[in-house]
Design a protein around this ligand. Structure first.
Ligand code: BES
Ligand code: MN
Ligand code: ZN
Length: 493
C-alpha cells in the first residue's frame, strides 16, 4: 500500500502531537506560538541552541527528544527580514516533508506563526508537502523497511478556516501536477494513445467536456501530418479535445495544445539505444495540458479553456512514414518528411491548426518535448519560450517566475523561417543542427495564423532534471502550475 499523506489545519492552542515542529529565524529564538511551545520544554534557548550549534539557518534542525510533550524539532528558516516570494513557501513545504519523512513520524504538529504566513503562503507550504511526498512506485514490490504508516500533518496557523479554503484551491493545482507526473512516468506499454485518451476522459467527472477523435475522423479532417507519425505503429492515433466552461457563455476560450508522443523511437530515422527509454516521456506536453485542465476544473476557474492533445506512437515498421515522403497537413500545407524523428512538429501542425480554426481562441499556447537542442541551450533550468506576441510572452515569463517553472525567451524571425523551405514541398520538417529549437518553432508558427501564440519547448524540464525541494521524481509535471498561474493572474475576472 502506498503511504498516504493527510494535511489538516488547526488553531495554535491545539498543538499537540508525538512530534511537534516549530520554526526559528536566523539568530533568533522561536517567536509567537512557537515561543510558547519552546518554553514548555523548560530548556534555556541560548544554552540549548548553542550546544547544538543551531543558528537558525535554512535547513538546520534542532532536535529535542524526551520532553514531556514528546519530540520537538526546531527548524531554521534563515534570515527573517525581507519579503519572501510565494514559491519559497512551496520549497519550505518540500524540505519540511523531507524532515518529517526522515524522522519517520506518523503524526506531526507544525506551528507556523510569523509575519507573512498568510493563507496563500500556508497553501503553498501544503502544496510543497504534497509535491515532495509524491512517488511513482506502483511497479515496485514492497520492501520490508518501507515506511508502512501513513503521515498525518496538522498545520497550526492563525486562521484555520481561511487557510483551508486556500489549501483546497491550491490542492486542485497540485492534483493537476501529480496527474501530469503520473502520465509521464507511466511506461508506454501501459499508456498508449488509447489509454491516454481514456485517462483524459476521466476529467468528465469534474465537469470537463471530453471528445475523443479517432483516425477515420482525423482522416476526414485532412490531418495527414499527424496521421503519418502514427502510421508505423500498431496502436492508432487519438486527438482529444477537453473543454472547461467556467467563464461566460460565448467568451472565446484560452487554448492549450500538447504534443503527446507516447513513445518516440525516432521511427525509420531511429534513435540510438542510449537513454531511449526516456522517450516514454515524449507526451509531456499532452500530460501538462491534461493536468492543467484537471487544475482549472478542480478549482472551478472562472474562465473558458480548451485543451487539445495529439496522441500517437512513433515506431519504425513496414508501414512507417519514410524520409522523403511528402504529406499534406489539415491547413493544406505540404510537408517533406526529411527526418522521421522530427515527429512532434508534425503532430502539432494539425493539432494547432485544428484548435485555432475551430475555437478562435483568445490565445493558443502549446507545450512539447520538441527538441534535444533546447536542452543544449538551456539545460534543465528553463523551458524555451517562443511567441509571436510580446504581451503574452511577458505574462508567461512572469507566471514562470511566480510558479518557479521558469521560461527563457528565444527568437523567431523571417530569416529562420526561410530555413524550413523544402526543395519538393512547401516546407520540410528538419533542417539541421544550427538553431534546431528555433527552426522547430518556425515550423509550428506556419500553423497558427494571427492568433496570439506561444510555444513552450519543455524537452529539458518535463523530465530528467535533478531532484528539487518539491520533486523527488523523474518527471516534473512542468507547465501545470505555470499555466494555472498565467490564467489566475491575467485572465480571470
Ligand atoms: N522527442 C524528441 C526531443 C527530445 C529529446 C525530447 C530529448 C526530450 C529529450 C524529438 O522528437 C526529436 O527527436 N527531436 C529531434 C529533432 C531533429 C531530428 C530535427 C532532436 O532533437 O534531435
Ligand atoms: Mn523525435
Ligand atoms: Zn519526439
Amino acid at each position: 500500500m502506498p503511504q498516504k499523506l493527510s494535511i489538516q489545519t488547526a488553531a495554535f492552542a491545539a498543538a499537540s502531537a508525538p512530534l511537534t515542529i516549530i520554526y526559528a529565524a536566523e539568530g533568533e529564538a522561536p517567536a509567537g506560538a512557537g515561543a510558547a511551545i519552546w518554553s514548555a520544554t523548560g530548556l534555556d534557548w541560548q544554552a540549548a541552541s548553542a550546544s547544538a550549534a543551531f543558528k537558525g539557518k535554512q535547513g538546520q534542525a534542532l532536535d529535542i527528544i524526551g520532553q514531556g510533550a514528546g519530540r520537538l524539532i526546531v527548524l531554521g528558516k534563515g534570515k527573517s527580514e525581507g519579503d519572501v516570494p510565494l514559491n519559497a513557501w512551496t520549497d519550505r513545504g518540500g524540505s519540511l516533508l523531507a524532515k518529517i519523512a526522515a524522522a519517520r513520524a506518523e503524526s506531526v504538529a507544525v506551528v507556523i506563526d510569523e509575519a507573512g504566513a498568510t493563507p496563500a503562503a500556508i497553501a503553498e507550504l501544503a502544496a510543497g508537502l504534497r509535491l515532495r511526498h509524491y512517488k511513482f512506485d506502483k511497479y515496485k514490490t514492497a520492501r520490508p523497511d518501507d515506511p508502512a504508516a501513513d503521515i498525518a500533518i496538522t498545520l497550526h496557523v492563525a486562521d484555520p478556516a481561511a487557510t483551508d479554503t486556500a489549501i483546497a484551491d491550491r490542492d486542485a493545482v497540485v492534483e493537476g501536477t501529480l496527474l501530469a507526473r503520473n502520465l509521464i512516468n507511466e511506461p508506454a506499454n501501459v499508456l498508449g494513445p488509447v489509454e491516454f485518451a481514456a485517462k483524459a476522459a476521466e476529467l468528465s467527472d469534474l465537469g470537463v467536456d471530453v471528445e475523443i477523435l479517432e483516425p477515420a475522423q482525423l482522416e476526414k479532417l485532412g490531418m495527414g501530418s499527424l496521421l503519418c507519425v502514427a502510421q508505423g505503429s500498431e496502436r492508432p492515433a487519438r486527438l482529444v479535445v477537453m473543454q472547461w466552461r467556467g467563464g461566460d457563455v460565448g467568451d472565446a476560450p484560452l487554448a492549450f495544445v500538447g504534443k503527446g508522443v507516447v513513445f518516440d523511437t525516432g521511427g525509420i530515422s531511429i534513435k540510438p539505444a542510449a537513454n531511449m527509454e526516456e522517450m516514454k516521456g515524449d507526451m509531456g506536453g499532452a500530460a501538462a495540458v491534461t493536468g492543467l485542465m484537471r487544475a482549472l476544473a478542480g478549482r472551478k476557474a472562472p474562465v473558458n479553456a480548451v485543451g487539445v492533445i495529439g496522441l500517437v506512437e512513433n515506431m519504425p515498421s513496414g508501414n512507417a512514414v519514410r524520409p522523403g515522403d511528402i504529406v499534406k497537413a489539415m491547413s493544406g500545407t505540404t510537408i517533406e518528411v526529411i527526418n522521421t524523428d522530427a515527429e512532434g512538429r508534425l503532430v502539432l501542425a494539425d493539432a494547432l491548426w485544428y484548435t485555432q480554426d475551430r475555437f478562435k481562441p483568445r490565445f493558443m499556447i502549446n507545450l512539447a518535448t520538441l527538441t534535444g537542442a533546447i536542452i543544449v541551450a538551456l539545460g534543465h533550468e528553463h523551458a524555451g519560450l517562443f511567441s509571436n506576441n510580446d504581451e503574452l510572452a511577458i505574462r508567461l515569463l512572469n507566471a514562470g517566475i511566480t510558479a518557479n517553472e521558469k521560461l527563457w525567451r528565444m527568437p523567431l524571425s523571417p530569416a529562420y523561417d526561410k530555413l524550413i523551405e523544402s526543395k519538393f514541398a512547401d516546407i520540410r520538417n528538419s533542417v539541421g543542427r544550427p538553431a534546431g529549437s528555433i527552426t522547430a518553432a518556425q515550423f509550428l508558427q506556419r500553423f497558427v495564423n494571427n492568433v496570439p501564440w506561444a510555444h513552450l519547448d519543455i524537452a529539458g524540464t518535463a523530465f530528467g532534471a535533478a531532484a528539487t525541494e518539491t520533486n523527488a521524481s523523474w518527471s516534473a509535471g512542468f507547465g501545470v502550475a505555470l499555466l494555472d498561474r498565467l490564467v489566475r493572474d491575467y485572465y480571470e475576472g
